[in-house]
Write a protein that binds this ligand. Structure first.
Ligand SMILES: Cc1cc2nc3c(=O)[nH]c(=O)nc-3n(C[C@H](O)[C@H](O)[C@H](O)COP(=O)(O)O)c2cc1C
Length: 204
Protein backbone atom coordinates (compact mmCIF):
# COMPACT_ATOMS: atom_id res chain seq x y z
CA UNK A 1 0.00 0.00 0.00
CA UNK A 2 1.40 3.39 -0.93
CA UNK A 3 2.66 5.35 2.02
CA UNK A 4 0.24 8.14 2.83
CA UNK A 5 1.54 11.58 3.59
CA UNK A 6 1.36 13.04 7.06
CA UNK A 7 -0.94 15.76 5.75
CA UNK A 8 -3.37 13.21 4.24
CA UNK A 9 -3.55 11.31 7.53
CA UNK A 10 -4.15 14.49 9.51
CA UNK A 11 -6.86 15.47 7.05
CA UNK A 12 -8.62 12.08 7.56
CA UNK A 13 -8.47 12.49 11.31
CA UNK A 14 -9.91 15.99 11.11
CA UNK A 15 -12.80 14.73 8.96
CA UNK A 16 -13.59 11.96 11.44
CA UNK A 17 -13.57 14.21 14.50
CA UNK A 18 -15.54 16.85 12.59
CA UNK A 19 -18.15 14.25 11.61
CA UNK A 20 -18.33 12.84 15.14
CA UNK A 21 -18.57 16.25 16.72
CA UNK A 22 -21.25 17.47 14.36
CA UNK A 23 -23.32 14.29 14.34
CA UNK A 24 -23.69 14.58 18.11
CA UNK A 25 -24.50 18.30 17.81
CA UNK A 26 -27.15 17.51 15.17
CA UNK A 27 -28.63 14.85 17.41
CA UNK A 28 -28.57 17.21 20.36
CA UNK A 29 -30.21 20.01 18.38
CA UNK A 30 -32.89 17.72 16.96
CA UNK A 31 -33.68 16.35 20.43
CA UNK A 32 -33.76 19.84 21.82
CA UNK A 33 -35.97 21.11 19.00
CA UNK A 34 -38.34 18.19 19.12
CA UNK A 35 -38.53 17.66 22.86
CA UNK A 36 -38.64 21.23 24.00
CA UNK A 37 -39.44 23.78 21.32
CA UNK A 38 -42.18 22.17 19.25
CA UNK A 39 -43.74 20.08 22.03
CA UNK A 40 -43.72 23.00 24.45
CA UNK A 41 -45.30 25.27 21.89
CA UNK A 42 -48.15 22.87 21.00
CA UNK A 43 -48.82 21.80 24.57
CA UNK A 44 -48.90 25.36 25.92
CA UNK A 45 -51.09 26.66 23.06
CA UNK A 46 -54.64 27.58 23.91
CA UNK A 47 -57.41 29.45 22.11
CA UNK A 48 -57.03 33.13 22.96
CA UNK A 49 -60.18 35.26 23.03
CA UNK A 50 -58.82 38.42 24.60
CA UNK A 51 -56.45 40.68 22.68
CA UNK A 52 -54.58 43.91 23.17
CA UNK A 53 -55.52 46.45 20.49
CA UNK A 54 -51.85 46.80 19.53
CA UNK A 55 -51.37 46.23 15.78
CA UNK A 56 -49.59 43.03 14.80
CA UNK A 57 -46.12 43.67 13.40
CA UNK A 58 -46.44 43.43 9.57
CA UNK A 59 -43.34 41.16 9.52
CA UNK A 60 -45.28 38.66 11.68
CA UNK A 61 -48.30 38.84 9.34
CA UNK A 62 -45.94 38.19 6.43
CA UNK A 63 -44.31 35.22 8.23
CA UNK A 64 -47.70 33.65 8.99
CA UNK A 65 -48.70 34.02 5.31
CA UNK A 66 -45.41 32.47 4.18
CA UNK A 67 -45.94 29.46 6.45
CA UNK A 68 -49.52 29.14 5.18
CA UNK A 69 -48.20 29.27 1.62
CA UNK A 70 -46.02 26.16 2.05
CA UNK A 71 -48.80 23.96 3.50
CA UNK A 72 -49.34 20.69 1.64
CA UNK A 73 -52.60 19.96 -0.20
CA UNK A 74 -54.15 16.88 -1.81
CA UNK A 75 -52.52 16.24 -5.19
CA UNK A 76 -50.73 19.56 -4.64
CA UNK A 77 -53.76 21.37 -6.08
CA UNK A 78 -53.30 24.34 -3.69
CA UNK A 79 -56.96 25.43 -3.86
CA UNK A 80 -56.68 27.75 -0.84
CA UNK A 81 -56.47 31.54 -0.73
CA UNK A 82 -55.85 33.63 2.38
CA UNK A 83 -56.83 37.27 2.90
CA UNK A 84 -55.07 39.13 5.70
CA UNK A 85 -57.40 41.70 7.24
CA UNK A 86 -55.24 44.30 8.97
CA UNK A 87 -56.38 47.77 7.84
CA UNK A 88 -58.91 49.64 9.99
CA UNK A 89 -61.31 49.71 7.03
CA UNK A 90 -61.18 45.92 6.47
CA UNK A 91 -61.26 45.21 10.23
CA UNK A 92 -64.47 47.25 10.51
CA UNK A 93 -65.97 45.11 7.73
CA UNK A 94 -64.95 41.77 9.30
CA UNK A 95 -66.34 42.86 12.66
CA UNK A 96 -69.73 43.32 10.99
CA UNK A 97 -69.57 39.62 10.10
CA UNK A 98 -68.05 38.39 13.38
CA UNK A 99 -66.68 40.49 16.25
CA UNK A 100 -63.55 38.30 16.11
CA UNK A 101 -62.93 39.15 19.78
CA UNK A 102 -61.71 42.58 18.55
CA UNK A 103 -58.44 41.01 17.42
CA UNK A 104 -56.18 43.47 15.57
CA UNK A 105 -55.72 41.06 12.64
CA UNK A 106 -57.96 38.43 11.08
CA UNK A 107 -57.11 35.95 8.34
CA UNK A 108 -59.88 34.76 6.04
CA UNK A 109 -59.29 31.29 4.62
CA UNK A 110 -61.13 30.31 1.45
CA UNK A 111 -61.17 27.24 -0.78
CA UNK A 112 -61.72 27.26 -4.51
CA UNK A 113 -63.90 24.18 -4.92
CA UNK A 114 -63.21 23.84 -8.63
CA UNK A 115 -59.46 23.64 -7.95
CA UNK A 116 -59.62 21.16 -5.06
CA UNK A 117 -58.81 17.50 -5.65
CA UNK A 118 -61.85 15.18 -5.66
CA UNK A 119 -61.52 11.48 -4.79
CA UNK A 120 -62.93 9.44 -7.68
CA UNK A 121 -64.31 6.59 -5.55
CA UNK A 122 -66.85 8.68 -3.66
CA UNK A 123 -66.50 12.23 -5.07
CA UNK A 124 -65.25 13.54 -1.73
CA UNK A 125 -63.61 16.94 -2.13
CA UNK A 126 -60.39 17.64 -0.27
CA UNK A 127 -61.17 21.38 -0.04
CA UNK A 128 -62.07 21.45 3.66
CA UNK A 129 -59.08 19.30 4.60
CA UNK A 130 -56.71 21.47 2.55
CA UNK A 131 -58.14 24.57 4.20
CA UNK A 132 -57.70 23.04 7.66
CA UNK A 133 -54.07 22.20 6.92
CA UNK A 134 -53.36 25.80 5.86
CA UNK A 135 -55.22 27.14 8.89
CA UNK A 136 -53.34 24.90 11.30
CA UNK A 137 -50.02 25.99 9.76
CA UNK A 138 -51.04 29.56 10.59
CA UNK A 139 -52.19 28.68 14.11
CA UNK A 140 -48.85 27.06 14.88
CA UNK A 141 -46.76 29.80 13.30
CA UNK A 142 -48.70 32.56 15.08
CA UNK A 143 -48.29 30.68 18.38
CA UNK A 144 -44.60 30.27 17.72
CA UNK A 145 -44.37 34.04 17.16
CA UNK A 146 -45.92 34.59 20.62
CA UNK A 147 -49.31 35.68 19.30
CA UNK A 148 -52.70 34.61 20.60
CA UNK A 149 -54.99 32.88 18.08
CA UNK A 150 -58.65 31.92 17.79
CA UNK A 151 -59.98 29.81 14.92
CA UNK A 152 -63.54 30.87 14.07
CA UNK A 153 -66.00 28.72 12.09
CA UNK A 154 -69.19 30.13 13.60
CA UNK A 155 -69.85 33.00 11.18
CA UNK A 156 -72.51 33.62 8.54
CA UNK A 157 -70.93 32.82 5.14
CA UNK A 158 -73.55 34.81 3.22
CA UNK A 159 -72.77 37.91 5.30
CA UNK A 160 -69.05 37.37 4.77
CA UNK A 161 -69.52 37.05 0.99
CA UNK A 162 -71.53 40.27 1.04
CA UNK A 163 -68.95 42.25 3.06
CA UNK A 164 -65.94 40.76 1.25
CA UNK A 165 -66.60 40.64 -2.51
CA UNK A 166 -62.83 39.95 -2.75
CA UNK A 167 -63.64 36.34 -1.76
CA UNK A 168 -65.93 35.69 -4.78
CA UNK A 169 -65.30 32.24 -6.24
CA UNK A 170 -64.15 30.85 -2.90
CA UNK A 171 -65.95 29.07 -0.11
CA UNK A 172 -64.75 30.72 3.08
CA UNK A 173 -63.97 27.88 5.49
CA UNK A 174 -62.77 29.81 8.51
CA UNK A 175 -61.42 32.96 10.10
CA UNK A 176 -58.33 33.15 12.22
CA UNK A 177 -58.15 36.09 14.60
CA UNK A 178 -54.68 36.88 15.93
CA UNK A 179 -53.04 39.45 18.13
CA UNK A 180 -51.06 40.06 21.24
CA UNK A 181 -52.88 38.35 24.13
CA UNK A 182 -53.91 40.93 26.76
CA UNK A 183 -53.75 40.54 30.60
CA UNK A 184 -57.19 38.88 30.60
CA UNK A 185 -56.11 36.18 28.14
CA UNK A 186 -56.33 32.66 29.59
CA UNK A 187 -57.58 29.25 28.50
CA UNK A 188 -61.40 29.01 28.50
CA UNK A 189 -63.37 26.27 30.19
CA UNK A 190 -63.62 24.91 26.62
CA UNK A 191 -59.83 24.48 26.55
CA UNK A 192 -58.92 21.12 25.04
CA UNK A 193 -59.60 18.39 27.57
CA UNK A 194 -58.30 15.30 25.82
CA UNK A 195 -60.46 12.19 25.96
CA UNK A 196 -58.64 9.11 27.30
CA UNK A 197 -55.66 8.25 25.12
CA UNK A 198 -56.89 4.67 24.52
CA UNK A 199 -60.19 6.03 23.25
CA UNK A 200 -58.42 8.38 20.90
CA UNK A 201 -55.99 6.02 19.21
CA UNK A 202 -55.34 2.38 18.51
CA UNK A 203 -52.00 0.81 17.73
CA UNK A 204 -52.63 -2.16 15.45
C1 LIG B 1 -62.39 23.98 13.31
C2 LIG B 1 -62.50 24.84 14.55
C3 LIG B 1 -63.51 25.76 14.63
C4 LIG B 1 -63.62 26.60 15.75
N1 LIG B 1 -64.58 27.58 15.77
C5 LIG B 1 -64.64 28.43 16.82
C6 LIG B 1 -65.55 29.51 16.83
O1 LIG B 1 -66.34 29.70 15.91
N2 LIG B 1 -65.55 30.36 17.90
C7 LIG B 1 -64.67 30.21 18.94
O2 LIG B 1 -64.70 31.01 19.87
N3 LIG B 1 -63.78 29.18 18.96
C8 LIG B 1 -63.73 28.29 17.94
N4 LIG B 1 -62.79 27.28 17.91
C9 LIG B 1 -61.92 27.08 19.08
C10 LIG B 1 -62.32 25.80 19.85
O3 LIG B 1 -63.46 26.05 20.62
C11 LIG B 1 -61.12 25.38 20.74
O4 LIG B 1 -60.02 25.11 19.93
C12 LIG B 1 -61.47 24.16 21.57
O5 LIG B 1 -62.50 24.45 22.51
C13 LIG B 1 -60.25 23.65 22.33
O6 LIG B 1 -59.71 24.67 23.14
P1 LIG B 1 -58.19 25.12 23.01
O7 LIG B 1 -57.93 25.57 21.59
O8 LIG B 1 -58.00 26.21 24.04
O9 LIG B 1 -57.36 23.90 23.34
C14 LIG B 1 -62.68 26.45 16.81
C15 LIG B 1 -61.66 25.51 16.71
C16 LIG B 1 -61.54 24.72 15.59
C17 LIG B 1 -60.39 23.74 15.49
Amino acid sequence: MAKRSFLERISDLTKITHRAAFSSVDKHISNLNFETRFSNMVTSRYTCRSFSDRKVNPAKIQKILEIAHIAPSAHDRQPIHVWAVTSDEALARIREVHKSYDAPAVFIVGANLSEAWVRSYDNKSSADTDAAVVTLHMVLEASDLGLGVVWISDFDPAKLADKFPETAGYEVTGLLAVGQPDEEAAPYELHHDPKPFEEFCTVL
